[in-house]
Design a protein around this ligand. Structure first.
Ligand code: AMP
Ligand code: MG
Length: 372
């Protein structure tokens, strides 16, 4: 009995021994796994809650930047590489200044249809649609007038003669862009050209955003000369914040836009590229109706779902002015605008929906438009 008890006791004590070894091993594995998981979670949380990283460079005649925030914060090198390559690719096709670009070659055809790449055809078709929807206030064929005025390009500025403006205006008009079969295009009038200046950067931002999304990025902001698009968050739980520049006071802002979910923002203004002569300011945005620089508006900022649309629309609303601009804007679902008339003290006029994104700086007067 004793020996049986001993044997029983031995087996009772031996079994838990083996179990303990197994348990200890299991517990250790679990403990290590949990520790690793906690460390990963902590690292992820820490990097998600830190501010975004940013890289900037020069392309398409302006500054480009990409910022990665939230959980993509650590992928800034990869984002910069992808964005820089994409902007360079599009610049080669769309540069207005390089004779060999696809866009420059368009005007040199003998009047027949010219085949273009799918990206350039998209740029042209979108431009024609935007010209139509903005009642021609956005007109990508103003190039000959832009060259005639030479605003921001010449050292010596002279207002062109009325007869010259009239002659050159005959070479402009978006209805002369004829889109054909199989990604082809021709111009109806000899001497016409295509100026991507008011829409190309926006479309480039959309294309670059698509590329980053495909590469798995979800928290980033792209900026190409003031044409921006934002996804996800800048840091954990915080949307991207974009300042709206004060056209009258350098370095100051009129308020802040909070954007995420793929929202785009674009600004057209008279304060970056302009000339002053005899007390008058001539802006680089032209009114296609009279062939002259637009007066009366200091800036227009548009927020919307696509950067190409926001880019073309901000130029169009700048041309159309407050009343006409609000009417045009009502044809674009989801797009909102801030108008900054060229007068001081500054009084902003914003579309109804813009109030949801925009917080004015202290003391800035804001009127909300009645037009929906
Ligand atoms: P943005 O800064 O986007 O408003 O674009 C301005 C540029 O677009 C100018 O530098 C011109 O090259 C071109 N542009 C000027 N006026 C117009 C217009 N009414 N419609 C389309 N493009 C324009
Ligand atoms: Mg524009």
């Amino acid at each position: 009995m004793k020996s049986m008890n001993k044997a029983l006791a031995a087996s009772v004590t031996r079994r838990p021994d083996r179990n303990r070894a197994q348990n200890q091993f299991g517990v250790e594995v679990i403990t290590i796994t949990v520790r690793i998981m906690i460390t990963i979670a902590l690292l992820t949380c820490c990097s998600c809650s830190r501010g975004p990283q940013e890289r900037a460079w020069f392309v398409m005649g302006t500054y480009a930047s990409v910022s990665t925030g939230g959980c993509d914060r650590g992928r800034i090198d990869e984002a910069e590489k992808l964005a820089a390559a994409e902007f360079r690719r599009l610049e080669e096709m769309w540069s207005h200044y390089s004779d060999s670009s696809e866009v420059s070659r368009l005007g040199k055809g003998e009047g027949g249809y010219v085949s273009v790449s799918p990206d350039t055809f998209e740029l042209l078709s979108l431009s024609v649609q935007m010209a139509q929807r903005t009642e021609g206030c956005f007109d990508p064929t103003v190039g000959p007038l832009v060259d005639l005025w030479g605003i921001g390009r010449q050292k010596e500025f002279a207002v062109p003669a009325d007869s010259e403006i009239e002659r050159v205006s005959a070479l402009c008009g978006w209805r002369g862009i004829e889109l054909g079969e199989g990604s082809s295009v021709r111009f109806a009038v000899k001497g016409m050209s295509f100026d991507p200046g008011a829409i190309g950067k926006g479309l480039a931002v959309d294309k670059c955003s698509d590329l980053l999304r495909k590469a798995g990025f979800s928290d980033f902001m792209i900026n190409l000369g003031g044409n921006m698009r934002c996804f996800g968050s800048a840091r954990r739980g915080r949307s991207w914040r974009v300042g709206v520049r004060d056209p009258f006071r350098r370095g100051e802002i009129l308020g802040v836009l909070e954007l995420s979910g793929g929202m785009a923002v674009a600004t057209s203004g008279n304060y970056e590229r302009f000339v002053e002569k005899d007390g008058r300011r001539y802006a680089h945005i032209l009114n296609p109706v009279n062939g002259r620089p637009v007066e009366g508006m200091a800036g227009v900022t548009v927020a919307g779902a696509s950067a190409a649309e926001a880019d073309a629309l901000s130029t169009a609303l700048f041309v159309a002015g407050l009343e006409g601009g609000m009417r045009i804007l009502s044809g674009f679902a989801g797009a909102e605008a801030i108008f900054i008339p060229d007068q001081t003290p500054v009084q902003l006029c914003i579309s109804k929906g813009m109030a949801g994104y925009f917080t004015p700086s202290e003391g800035v007067a804001v009127r909300v438009s009645e037009v929906d």
